[in-house]
Design a protein around this ligand. Structure first.
Ligand code: UDP
Length: 325
């Protein structure tokens, strides 16, 4: 199959591209490099630099490359930023997705995979969170993904477009060659590893007065290679119908557990101090991924936090300056 990967120069998109190529698929990456890195794009992928706000560029892309399926990673992804700049998310994220869908309909491309998010579930009634949980987006970021999921419902119903919406919990870890390199870095595991690398003095724990066993927030950290596997399984199952899956490894780890495990893995003391809560952080977010396990046989390989952090650490040691751009 030929797959168009938007955002294929970004963290998750570049690793899914690499895994698609390893699985024998042909990949065209479309990325504006606003956050991604040219060096992250697999050398066997065709790279096209462009922006999803540019409808004629998308039309030209689909006409030239005629993909069988699209995986849509290109997006603004920061919950906090979306609370400061809601129009970037409710506007740009939504318009870019809509441009892509409209162009796909016009070019007869009928398979779509959306990077969606745990931020759809701001006020869960049950933990772990399964696909029957009611959707309460936690921010304009989560809302933008919810809107795209709703668009997809209508694309399926009206045009027979088959889609999978994959709601990631906390993506982390690295492959041998690709890893996480954000500017600025705001995610817990890479920040903790930057302390171990001597790039930061300490990590600040955002609140230790949550109703959790050690008072710090609990999250479901899912390895990016397990995420990539879920994309490949979802792609192969698309022709049997559209799906929505929550994707996590099903176990929660607290901020303090992450820091403690990183100390073990890196052998560095990783100084930590407790600061105020970060607005908008729910106390616990853990996924139930029973549905994708049952329906597609998905089996995460990295369920041990130590292995997840070790894989990220290995990449950071081999790439002390990330992609160096
Ligand atoms: N966190 C923290 N200090 C940091 C960054 C994150 O305590 O410098 C916490 C954050 O409050 C959350 C968890 O670590 O409970 C994971 O945050 P991250 O930003 O990595 O992912 P999110 O859960 O926001 O998607």
């Amino acid at each position: 199959m030929k797959i168009l990967v938007t955002g294929g120069a970004g963290y998750i998109g570049s690793i899914v591209t690499e895994q698609l190529i390893a699985a024998g698929e042909e990949v065209v990456v479309f990325d504006n490099l606003s956050q991604g890195h040219r060096a992250a794009v697999h050398p066997k992928a065709t790279f096209v630099q462009g922006d999803l706000q540019d409808r004629p560029a998308i039309d030209a892309l689909l006409e030239t490359h005629k993909p069988d399926a699209v995986m849509h990673f290109a997006s603004k992804t920061l919950v906090g930023e979306s609370m400061q700049e809601p129009f970037l998310y409710l506007g740009e994220n939504v318009i870019c997705g809509l441009n892509l869908l409209q162009s796909m309909v016009e070019h007869g491309v009928k398979r779509f995979i959306l990077s969606s998010t745990a931020n759809l579930f701001d006020d869960p009634e049950r933990m772990p969170i399964d696909e029957n949980e009611r959707i309460v987006p936690g921010s304009p970021y989560g809302e933008s993904k919810h809107i795209l999921e709703r668009f997809l419902h209508w694309m399926d119903r009206i045009y027979g477009m088959r889609y999978a919406a994959l709601r990631y919990f906390n993506a982390c870890g690295a492959s041998e060659e690709r890893g996480e390199d954000h500017h600025p870095e705001l995610h817990l595991i890479p920040i903790v590893l930057q302390v171990a690398q001597g790039k930061r003095e300490k990590v600040t724990i955002f609140g230790d007065d949550y109703p959790t066993p050690d008072g710090t927030c609990v999250r479901d950290y899912i390895h990016v290679l397990d995420l990539a596997q879920a994309h490949i399984l979802a792609l192969r199952a698309l022709d049997k119908g559209s799906r929505r899956y929550n994707l996590g490894n099903g176990q929660g780890f607290s901020v303090k557990q992450v820091i403690e495990t990183a100390r073990e893995v890196t052998g560095h003391p990783i100084p930590a101090e407790v600061g105020p809560r970060r607005p908008g952080d729910p106390d616990v977010l853990v996924a139930s991924s029973e549905t994708i396990r049952r329906e597609l046989g998905w089996q995460p390989r990295y369920t041990d936090l130590k292995d997840i952090i070790a894989s990220a650490w290995k990449w950071h040691l081999a790439h002390p300056d990330g992609y160096g751009e």
